[in-house]
Design a protein around this ligand. Sequence first.
Ligand code: PAD
Ligand code: ZN
Length: 367
Amino acid sequence: MKAKAAVLFEVGQRLDIREVDVQAPRAGEVLIRMAAGGVCHSDLHAMTGHLVVALPAILGHEGAGVVADVGPGVTSVKPGDHVIPLWRLSCGVCEYCSDGRPALCNAGMQVRMTGRLPDGTTRFSLDGKEIKHFAGVSTFSEYSVVPEGAVLKIPPELPLDRAALLGCAVITGVGAVINCARVRPGSSVVVFGTGGVGLNAVQGARIAGAEKIVAVDLLDRKLEFAKKFGATHTVNAAQGDPVAQVRALTGGRGVDYAFEVIGLPKTIRQAYDCLAKRGMAVVVGVTPMTTEVAVPVMSLVFEERVLTGSIYGSSRPRIDIPKLIDLYRAGTLKLDELLTRTYPFKEINEAYAALERGEVARSVVTF
Ligand code: PAD
Ligand code: ZN
């Protein structure tokens, strides 16, 4: 079948909407008719080359849609089901999957690095040449073939444009706070970068019962969003050293948890420098592959500080996404407020330009 899809041919280029060929799903695979694709900074990192991706590829890793067809042996979904594709495939049987760490699955990493499905081939092509799958899900396509292990059924009444956000921004941000850092009630938190993912770290901290939640960004517009998501204090890093400002807000002590949701060495170091003794800094932002960050070892030892990272919200999506849906239904998790703009698919490059200008909380393209 044919489908319109946003292809990245080379680093440095914008997305090119082309009519690609999509093969039928094979055994254990699911064909999804995509309804909405989320506009995440990680795709932009792929376009700029910060994130190394096998090209040409159909980008997009946040999305939601309806099952159009299934290959032999698929049991967990059927045509007509509403689903979210999970951008880190998990095999279910390896050491990491068995340990409740599906985001660390080697099979998922293999798909991510090669741009091919687990059998080593692709279901997309253009003029007979293979087009790669980004993160195994390629949500910027009217139709995408995804392994069953990366497809999660969701309730049909959930609006698909909002459901899409659960698949990356929400699970990554909330998960970093709840699964990785395990933020405790009454604690103090700083979040560097309050874009689509960072706002979810802010609301994750609110849901976890943090008492002080400081949002740091360069744009007042983003800080206003952050207040709606639960920030108790805001710091504009364009107006002076953010570390000094965060420390001042905690009476000099520093915070219990810091989240870096930008992907810059400078802000990773700033997040670390905001910590109190025994504090934990979690890096969520994606940097170029070779980036290094130095921290003073003395503070690791004498203050027992922790510096770590979180991929895909350190989550178990099949357990965590249904919980997030319950929190949305209860009015606790803000999804409607997160979706500040919707673009028709053909305006996808404009959607990315708006992300770069920092205009939106999160946007989606709709098909
Ligand atoms: P976004 O562009 O919506 O948000 C980034 C925010 O950072 C914006 O609000 C900027 O204004 C702000 N910012 C930029 N520079 C600074 C600075 N020096 N000081 C303070 N604020 C600043 O991006 P996003 O929320 O979609 O993604 C954020 C990062 O998270 C990005 O690097 C993305 O690739 C990464 C990500 N990681 C995972 C994961 O699993 N670890 C998943 C998804 C996204
Ligand atoms: Zn993402």
